[in-house]
Design a protein around this ligand. Structure first.
Ligand code: PLP
Length: 436
């Protein structure tokens, strides 16, 4: 059987399987800022894999930690048992999030972190005598992974239309305003009022029915939608006033993407729960987490009758390899000052991104920290096709970009050099001249 034909056994996720298997693009190894194809061609990673390899690829410290752990303790259950590393890691993770957010529930992906957070929010409301609060509020154009909880609060029609969704979910409007905010550098000045829609939802359903609101502080997967100034602050104020928990889904933004440990710290807005994954282990071993304010843990755990307090968890919650990889990852971030490095590089990043204004097909450019989006005008009758052509050309010519719809989304490892930032944007400018 030809493993790279449509006869292949591998059913690829979020992929046009038939196209890929007819036109495979494979990655065989990686080091630092680069991937290498099976024939040894270097591809500069402009996307940290999938927004996740924040410290760059195959970092020796992380590799060695995983190797050592695999030979020492390959697996240990965390149901009714434990292993020392996971306690140490939870402590270290808590230290980098805002004060008071120091109870860490481990999962194995962003999707699982989100579903855990939504369940914890419901359990919290019930524990404090607010059991009527069962509604969950997401946002249009939100991406929260692919669990049934995540797609229900998510705002992407393609991810939702085929599946049965959770009941009692409502959505805030997204904050993307192409007409008024195109080519804004950083946060748009206008748009805090988008948060006021939550007052409308409260008026419609009653605050006493709403458990939590979940948003990405910067929406990543749907094209780097930067929150308008004052928006997150207003969301925080409204949720607090109505006894609604605020969840920040920081699967992309945590661990340095904005030049700070978390978006919560970057924006100075502290939610009740933060979900993270990806950069928590530099993507070397799958892991996700829901980081909770201590009051949530106290309400669910400390006030419960003796016995299991929360009927939720995964076989691999706090897996020893992930904990070892995570500890080494946090050390690399700290030793190399990578969050500060991202912050220092971001003005140069912004400059280079916005220099694409005026390039063929470009109708908007957005950026924050080391994230950027270049929005292309869709081809008539073929939305997404133009960006996909740019993606294929860039890859074939040595630069990995990511596309979502007609948006090019960029998020390089935080070790990126200025010359590599040049290479990414020069290649995109060059390719856009040739894309039909
Ligand atoms: N939440 C956000 C904000 C994400 O960006 C992602 C993935 O990109 C997820 C959740 C889902 O993470 P995973 O693919 O690890 O399940």
């Amino acid at each position: 059987m030809n493993q790279l034909s449509n006869e292949s056994s591998f059913w690829m996720p979020f992929t046009d399987n038939r196209y890929f298997k007819a036109n495979p693009r494979l990655l065989a190894s990686a080091k630092g800022m680069h991937y290498y194809t099976p024939d040894g061609r270097a591809v500069l990673d402009g996307t940290s894999g999938l927004w996740c390899v924040n410290a760059g690829h195959t970092r020796p410290k992380i590799v060695e930690a995983i190797q050592k752990q695999a030979a020492t303790l390959d697996f240990a259950p965390t149901f009714q048992l434990g292993h020392p590393l996971v306690f140490e890691f939870a402590q270290k993770v808590a230290e980098i999030f805002p004060a008071g957010m120091d109870r860490v529930f481990f999962a194995n992906s962003g999707s699982e972190a989100v579903d855990s957070a939504l369940k914890i929010a419901l359990a919290y409301q019930r524990a404090i005598g607010q059991g009527s609060r069962t509604r969950l509020i997401g946002r249009e154009r939100g991406y929260h992974g692919v669990g049934f909880g995540g797609i229900s609060v998510g705002g992407l029609v393609s991810n939702r239309r085929t599946f049965t969704l959770l009941p009692g979910v409502d959505h805030l409007p997204h904050t993307f305003d192409l007409k008024n905010a195109a080519f804004t550098r950083g946060q748009p000045e206008q748009g805090a009022h988008f948060a006021d829609a939550l007052e409308g939802i409260v008026a419609l359903h009653g605050a006493e029915t709403i458990a939590a609101v979940i948003v990405e502080p910067v929406a990543g997967s749907t094209g780097v939608l930067v929150p308008p100034k004052g928006y997150l602050e207003r969301l925080r104020e409204i949720t607090k006033r109505h006894g609604i928990l605020l969840i920040f889904d920081e699967v992309i933004t945590a661990f340095g993407r904005l030049g700070a440990p978390s978006a919560a710290e970057y924006f100075g807005v502290t939610p009740d729960i933060i979900t993270c994954a990806k950069g928590i282990t530099n993507a070397s071993v799958p892991m996700g987490a829901a980081i909770c304010n201590r009051k949530i843990y106290e309400a669910i755990v400390d006030s419960a009758a003796p016995g299991i307090e929360l009927f939720h968890g995964y076989t691999y919650s706090g897996h020893p390899l992930a904990a070892a990889a995570g500890l080494a990852t946090l050390e690399v971030y700290r030793e190399e000052g990578l969050f500060a490095r991202a912050r220092e590089l971001s003005p140069y990043w912004e400059e280079r991104a916005h220099a694409l204004r005026g390039a063929p097909h470009v109708i908007d450019i957005r950026n924050l920290g080391l994230m950027a989006a270049i929005e292309l005008r869709p081809r008539d009758g073929a939305s997404g096709a133009r960006a996909m052509e740019a993606f294929h050309r860039c890859f074939d010519e040595g630069v990995l970009i990511r596309v979502t719809g007609d948006t090019i989304a960029l998020s390089p490892p935080l070790i990126v050099e200025k010359a590599q930032i040049d290479q990414i944007f020069d290649k995109i400018a060059d390719v856009l001249k040739r894309v039909a």
